[in-house]
Design a protein around this ligand. Structure first.
Ligand code: SF4
Ligand code: SF4
Length: 635
């Protein structure tokens, strides 16, 4: 029996037609129009000029070839007359786009030199090849215009410029015919070299990248792929390159090493010996050596040699690389597969990871605390505990942090006072509430996660409710996007969404104006980037009269991580590479804020830790959004 009285959303496999339509849409939007590439102005325009210049030249060349009955029994009767003039102009401009794009790329690589950009031989090879093709095309056209001198030559402005240039340098026209033939065949030969180079150079990303865009795994945003039939599965994670799924291998191949992921990665930025680009490069190299080596005696590459044992633990799963990569490559997918191998197959994991997983297995929560310690304030505040078979409109799922962590418990109290004030019909599960299992899943222990998910779903099924509300960003993502993989389909709201709704309905009003403290909102990765909850928390803060709200430079979709996700909250991080310290610097130095507000207990804990270890308790505070609201309300 379903737990809800309201109709739950259900996860059904999309029909073939839906999948094709989706694939076509993705191809047009991301491969043809390149919306992701354009997220960054300079390289975006540069790449678009080269790409569209090539597309124009390619289509134009096919049209020219079809003028002759070489492949088809008919001659293409288009373009003629005025259309031909337009055709000449467009082809001419297509070549110009390529040249301008290549000059921009060269300038970027030699002069601008962004730190994340590396120069490999095939970067220069691809640029040089395209430049030579464009140059030979214009030269061929210039010689043709010199010899024929048609009235319409102005419609081919760059070709005409080349013709004038040849004339100016006194090119001997007596041999123009053989020169034209030479240039034509040279142009054709370099064009064929371009096609022949596709499989062996970065140029193949045009194909592998497009395939990845269209056929990449279509999971809910923020969800990891489950290990199916985990009790009997033969393969748990990937310890060798050929244990990765073909989708992952395609991703490794499609990566052009552009470095955009590295540029946004909080681990790289904080100085950890890790970058998603390097990880993908290492996996690609292993793939090349192991899977496509012609050697008959090839040996599988050991896990340590493939990526280094520490590497997969340095990712916070913040997802910024995923939302930045123009080819929709997902480094987290590789990270989790590698972690699963270490956690489930070898057991060779860093000490704190092992301890956290042991806590989850033995105590049922990453804190390793007894159940009695979970949210003692619920009893004190008289919160109703839902019994099997009973109904409530809103099931409040607190999660472990709001239950066990001292700092977060204060935020839990604030939230409950707001729900009471707004007269929300809500209840909790009390001792029946289990950990959502997110930490285990992100640390690679899929088995513990699946057990916890199934237990929680059974508990949810034993009571009746319309919706679940949780103040935990990680729990929200797990319940909303990952539990449907196990049949748990619920309407899940984050508390920022509920508070925004209550304020909009007039059920929650603020009593006092804000003082002159400057606030800034920190978007938690698991409600922001993965679930697009950006406006609701800002609406809540905006409802407080006179509240001074400022943004950090990195906010909303490209907000910088707090450093607590992906199990990092439980790991020992070198004090010199702490991500939370970098984020705090953005709060104090960039936003010049007195209060940083968040909607995630991990962010609360990580930023609180940074404030304390930096000795800034007097200067800056971190608060959950519920605490900010209650601060501006009378008792
Ligand atoms: S994963 Fe994407 S963003 Fe990162 S280097 Fe490869 S292509 Fe660029
Ligand atoms: S998910 Fe975040 S921490 Fe992990 S590789 Fe991507 S950007 Fe870096």
């Amino acid at each position: 029996m379903s737990a809800q009285t309201a109709a739950p959303p259900t996860q059904t496999a999309p029909s073939r037609r839906t999948r094709w339509l989706r694939g076509a849409r993705e191809f047009i939007l991301h491969a043809i129009l390149q919306d992701r590439v354009l997220q960054r102005a300079y390289p975006g325009v540069m790449h678009l000029l080269i790409f569209w210049g090539m597309v124009i030249q390619l289509i134009g060349t096919v049209i020219v070839i079809l003028q002759y009955p070489l492949f088809l029994p008919i001659e293409l009767p288009w373009p003629r007359q005025a259309a031909y003039l337009g055709f000449e102009l467009v082809m001419d401009l297509g070549g110009l786009m390529i040249i301008v794009g290549i000059l921009m790329a060269t300038l970027r690589r030699i002069v601008r030199k962004p730190s994340f950009l590396i120069n490999r031989w095939d970067d220069w090879y691809a640029l040089a090849l395209l430049f030579v093709i464009a140059l030979l095309g214009y030269s061929t056209e210039g010689v043709r215009l010199m010899s024929v001198s048609p009235e319409w030559r102005a419609w081919s402005p760059i070709g005409n410029l080349f013709a004038k240039g040849f004339t100016a340098v006194g090119l001997d026209l007596s041999g123009e015919s053989s020169l034209h033939d030479f240039l034509f065949w040279a142009h054709t030969a370099v064009g064929l070299l371009f096609i022949a180079s596709l499989p062996f150079t970065k140029l193949r990303h045009m194909i592998s990248g497009s395939i990845n865009i269209v056929f990449r795994p279509q999971l809910a945003s923020g969800a990891l792929e489950p290990i199916k039939d985990i009790e009997t599965a033969e393969k748990l994670g990937a310890g060798e390159i050929d244990e990765f799924h073909s989708n992952a291998l395609l991703m490794f191949d499609a990566c052009v090493q552009c470095g955009r992921c590295e540029d946004v990665c909080p681990s790289t930025f904080s100085g950890m010996p890790y970058s998603p680009r390097s990880l993908l490069q290492a996996l690609y190299t292993s793939m090349k050596e192991n899977l496509i080596s012609s050697s008959n005696t090839k040996e599988s590459i050991s896990f340590g040699d493939m990526v280094g044992k520490e590497n997969p633990w340095l990712c916070t799963t913040c997802g910024d690389c995923i939302s930045t990569c123009p080819l929709f490559i997902d480094p987290v997918l590789a990270v989790i597969e590698l972690r699963r191998y270490m956690t489930l197959t070898t057991g060779d994991v860093p000490g704190p990871v092992g301890e956290t997983l042991t806590h989850m297995e033995r105590r049922g929560n990453p804190w390793g605390l007894p159940k009695e310690n979970h949210a003692p304030y619920l009893k004190e505040l008289g919160v109703r505990v839902l019994q099997p078979g009973e109904f409530t409109d809103t099931l409040l799922y607190l999660g472990c942090a709001f239950g066990y962590d001292n700092r977060s418990q204060g935020a839990g109290r604030a939230l409950i006072s707001l729900l009471k004030r707004a007269e929300v019909d809500f209840a909790v599960l009390g001792p029946a509430e289990g950990c959502c299992g997110e930490t285990a899943r992100r640390l690679g222990h899929e088995y513990v996660f699946q057990v916890m998910a199934e237990e929680n779903i059974a508990t949810f099924e034993s009571v009746k409710f319309n919706r679940i509300v949780t103040p935990c960003a990680h729990g929200y993502n797990t319940l909303k996007n990952e539990y449907p993989q196990f049949g748990g389909n619920y309407t899940v709201l984050h508390h920022t969404e509920l508070l925004s709704e209550l304020i909009a309905e007039g059920r929650l009003t603020v009593d006092r104006e804000a003082d002159d403290q400057v606030h800034t909102y920190h978007d938690a990765c698991y409600i922001g980037r993965y679930n697009k909850i950006y406006d609701e928390p800002r609406d809540v803060l905006g409802s407080i009269p006179a509240l001074k709200l400022t943004e950090m430079p990195r906010h909303r979709e490209h907000a910088f991580c707090c450093g607590g996700g992906g199990g990092h909250m439980w790991m020992e991080i070198d004090p010199n590479t702490r991500i939370n310290h970098r984020r705090l610097a953005e709060v104090t130095d960039d936003a010049k804020a007195d209060v940083v507000v968040t909607g995630c207990p991990y962010c609360l804990i990580m930023l609180d830790d940074a404030i304390r270890s930096k000795g800034l308790v007097e200067e800056v505070a971190v608060k959950d959004i519920a605490e900010v609201l209650t601060t501006h309300m009378d008792e």
